[in-house]
Design a binder for this molecule. Structure first.
Ligand SMILES: [Zn+2]
Ligand SMILES: [Zn+2]
Length: 167
């Protein structure tokens, strides 16, 4: 959706509101696959402050991803905020604090997608407490308990352990 900034030329208006949805199926972020299971929703305002225009957008998205520990897909809902000064783009300058536009029709799609990438949790986890997969038998330890003993032996002591088994 494009926001018509020319409305702000009206002296009596101090802000314009807008809302919309972005239909995006997936994002590949360095091999991390994010599937949006519903349209990305946003609503925001553009304010006139003195001679500046300030944009503030609330963004909500729901996505599915594979858990990095148990390898099961999980669904997560996140929200984030895009805000900054609107600056008419003149050259190749690029500043994260600023949302650029080039004509009176503002398209925030790219800025919203960039904010989503920044707002994603660092690690794809179905749950902070996800127990993951047993490295020995391969069961999902969130669903099943196995009797595997995961030995975490310092390689320097491994020799001693072998030795004791020989008796
Ligand atoms: Zn998990
Ligand atoms: Zn196991």
């Amino acid at each position: 959706m494009k926001i018509d900034l020319s409305k702000l030329h009206d002296e009596t208006l101090s802000s314009i509101s807008f809302e919309g949805e972005i239909k995006k199926n997936e994002l590949d972020i360095n091999g991390r696959e994010i599937k949006f299971i519903e349209p990305i929703k946003y609503d925001g305002k553009i304010y006139k402050v003195d001679d500046n225009k300030i944009v503030h957008v609330n963004i909500t998205y729901v996505y599915e991803e594979i858990c990095g520990r148990c390898l099961e897909p999980f669904v997560n809902r996140e929200s984030t905020v895009l805000s900054g000064k609107l600056v008419r783009k003149s050259n190749d300058e690029d500043d994260d604090e600023v949302v650029y536009y080039s004509d009176e029709k503002l398209d925030l799609t790219e800025d919203i997608i960039s904010m989503i990438i920044l707002s994603l949790p660092m690690k794809p986890l179905c749950d902070e407490e996800c127990k993951g997969i047993c490295p020995k038998c391969g069961v999902n330890r969130n669903e099943e308990d196995c009797d595997c003993v995961i030995e975490d032996i310092d390689p320097r002591f491994a020799i001693l352990k072998d030795f004791s088994f020989k008796e």
